[in-house]
Design a protein around this ligand. Sequence first.
Ligand code: AQP
Length: 351
Amino acid sequence: MEQRPVILSGIQPSGRLTIGHYTGALRNWVSLQQSHECYFMIADLHAITVRQDPAELRQRTLETAALFLACGIDPQQSVLFVQSHVPEHTQLSWVLACLTGMGECSRMTQFKEKSAQHRHNVNVGLFAYPILMAADILLYQADLVPVGADQKQHLELTRNLAERFNHYYGTTFRVPEPYIPPLGAKIMSLQEPRKKMSKSDPNENAVLFLTDSPEAIRRKIRRAVTDSGREVRYDEQNRPGLSNLMVLYHIATGKSIADIEQEFAGAGYAELKAALTEALIEFLRPIREEFERLQRDSGYLLSLLAHGAERARARAQQTLRLVYDRMGFLPQAPYVEGVRIAMEDSSHADL
Ligand code: AQP
């Protein structure tokens, strides 16, 4: 069978998924499934770089799996798994950490930003996050990694680490290339439109969750911040609030920005907000309904994730074995029952 290029991507279960995750990740993943061998992970190990409530993390992890499916990820075609179910991620991460300079991690823009944002909890995990991400990617010998602008620096580190390892220990890792999705609209906060819409934003009105009810959508769009002016014209620089609403309308209806400007020529923001509300309700309805159906069957979700972890592990183990071997780790011989293991030297008795 023809080998398809391998893709790895993931989303952290650090909150409920937003319409930003749909446009920036999930809808692109869906379109890649047939032409690529896809590994889609729920990145729970990454999520704990910020303190998570354990019960909530467990629930969000299952919800995230349900949303992957509700948005069209096909578990027959793609490998869908939870990162912590595949221990090779942390194992490879340690190996790579020993090849990474302190300076390489401290230069990372996201580390600087996140440590400023979470001043009370600047932990080593936050610092080493890009190394775990490198392990995620290299473990599957991924050819391509979908990246937004904020992850470019991390992918560069991944490539450097792969090349460094290959240089010291012989060719082991595929050096991954960035995959720039054709549809990568960045969705901004409904309350602070110069900021990205984030699932962990404490202000719920700023975020459109994929599971929002029609009432919640109505409220959030009504309260969405717009800019001064009346005309519905796309201008990201000077009218970020309005432009964000236009992008959302484009996503919900498929209409081009030029057509949207035409549609609302002579009308104002209120008309746009009203049409957008109805379009979003209809657009999100099937996702929400399928999500609710899947949520009622956690047994199905759990067994699907178990199957995904098994498939992911099969590939991850191959890479890790090769890495350990190349580094000179002594392979563990199989333990045979009845073999003499007690030390006869009595000096050990005190230990
Ligand atoms: N607002 C967005 N617009 C477009 N794409 C987005 N993505 C996330 N938000 C938007 C895309 O989702 C993938 C990664 O999601 P993640 O949850 O692993 O990380 P994140 O980008 O840090 O997401 P959040 O919501 O901002 O999480 P928190 O609040 O926990 O920090 C990427 O493909 C990203 O482009």
